[in-house]
Ligand binder design. Structure first.
Ligand code: ZN
Ligand code: ZN
Length: 370
């Protein structure tokens, strides 16, 4: 069943620092192999907030530009035989080239020519053919787009947990309970670890408890707290088997390294500002033989695994995506995110009336009507 596609669409356009406006702009034109998606749901993300506050993104967004990169929806025009019009899909926000040195090494996340797609805060979105080929997946009919859109950030978390090889029974500490910290904690729980989460915002930690985290610590990391975490939650007070930093601050990276037992692994997952540095005691590295990882982005393999975790509800998407709001309200939502008053993720819905707010339950029903 084909839908008629209008000439113009509603989109949120970033014009510069803290300047995002709803505008009518032309619907993107397709090249061979591309798809045009009608966005059913896009999710808010800390990266988009950063882009909004800064007014640009070095690699991806120069204003004026559409933005938003976590999405799912329905194909309405297809230049690609694999996904005819009417297919509901989720796609990642990037795809590797399969041609460069790093792709040859099977490190597609480091591809020197990663192609990005942005513009999910809009009624329609073009998915370029390379992303269609590498990172576009069909959805079961009953999977709400607001859940499926979690695949992109979750794929990053899947890679983060796989990189440090978390084993059943291990004591894992996740620092930070933002959306990625929560997903990393959930995946560690699924790997059989006993997970401790620390964050200074109690409302975020309520979600961690829902996701099966054993020890919840609502406190700011300090030297005293580091002592206490070791003392209370690790054997012989030696430190954690694995620590995952999901905050993205150099001082927290340091604390993460300090909280590790000899022989342990740390994943410095949260990206820090360019030019910042980490200082590590050589004794810790050599005589304590700790291993340092810092996972970046996702791969086509982890994108597929992420969709499985959402489909089988092992990662309950609506524990994170707790609200549905209208695309019309996005500028307002971005301001609320800056103030820190929003749930971990909000589903931004082009077909929802301005000002409306849907609970997770209503979101499930609304999605079915799309
Ligand atoms: Zn994101
Ligand atoms: Zn490549």
């Amino acid at each position: 069943m084909t839908e008629t596609v209008p000439e113009k669409m509603l989109a949120c356009v970033l014009h510069g620092k803290e300047d995002a406006r709803l505008e009518k702009i032309p619907v993107p034109k397709l090249q061979p192999g591309d798809l045009l998606l009608r966005v059913e749901a896009a999710l808010t993300c800390g990266t988009d907030l950063k882009v909004f506050l800064r007014g640009y993104h070095e690699r991806m967004i120069q204003p004026p530009s559409v933005f938003g990169h976590e999405f799912a929806g329905k194909v309405v025009l297809s230049e690609n035989g694999r996904f005819p019009a009417g297919t509901r899909v989720v796609a990642a926000n990037s795809a590797p080239c399969r041609d460069c040195y790093f792709c040859g090494l099977d490190k597609p996340n480091l591809c020197s020519d990663l192609l990005f797609a942005n513009g999910a805060y809009a009624e329609y979105l073009r998915i370029p053919s390379r992303i269609v080929e590498e990172n576009c997946l069909p959805l079961p009919p009953d999977l709400p787009a607001a859940k499926a859109a979690l695949v992109e950030p979750l794929a990053c978390a899947v890679k983060g947990v796989e990189d440090v090889h978390i084993k059943s029974g291990e004591k894992v500490l996740v620092i930070g309970a933002g959306p990625l910290g929560l997903m990393l904690a959930r995946l560690s729980v699924l790997a059989g670890a006993e997970v401790t989460t620390v964050d200074d915002q109690p409302d975020r930690l309520a979600v961690a408890a829902e996701l099966g985290v054993t020890n919840i610590v609502a406190e700011r990391l300090s030297l005293q707290l580091i002592e206490r975490l070791r003392h209370d939650f690790t054997p012989y007070k030696l430190g954690f088997d694995c620590v995952i930093e999901a905050v993205g601050k150099p001082e927290t990276w340091n604390h993460a390294v300090e909280l590790l037992r000899p022989g342990g692994r740390v994943n410095l997952f949260g990206g820090c500002p360019r030019g910042t540095e980490l200082r590590v005691d050589t004794t810790r590295l050599h005589y304590d033989e700790i291993s340092i990882y810092a996972s970046f982005h996702h791969t086509p393999d982890t994108v597929r695994k992420a969709l499985e975790f959402v489909k089988n509800s092992q990662v309950p998407a609506f524990s994170l995506v707790r609200e549905g709001r209208s695309l019309f309200d996005l500028p307002e939502i971005l301001k609320e995110m800056r103030a820190g008053t929003t749930p971990p993720k909000i589903a931004v819905l082009p077909r929802l009336a301005a000002g409306a707010r849907l609970s997770a339950e209503e979101l499930e029903n609304f999605s079915a009507s799309l």
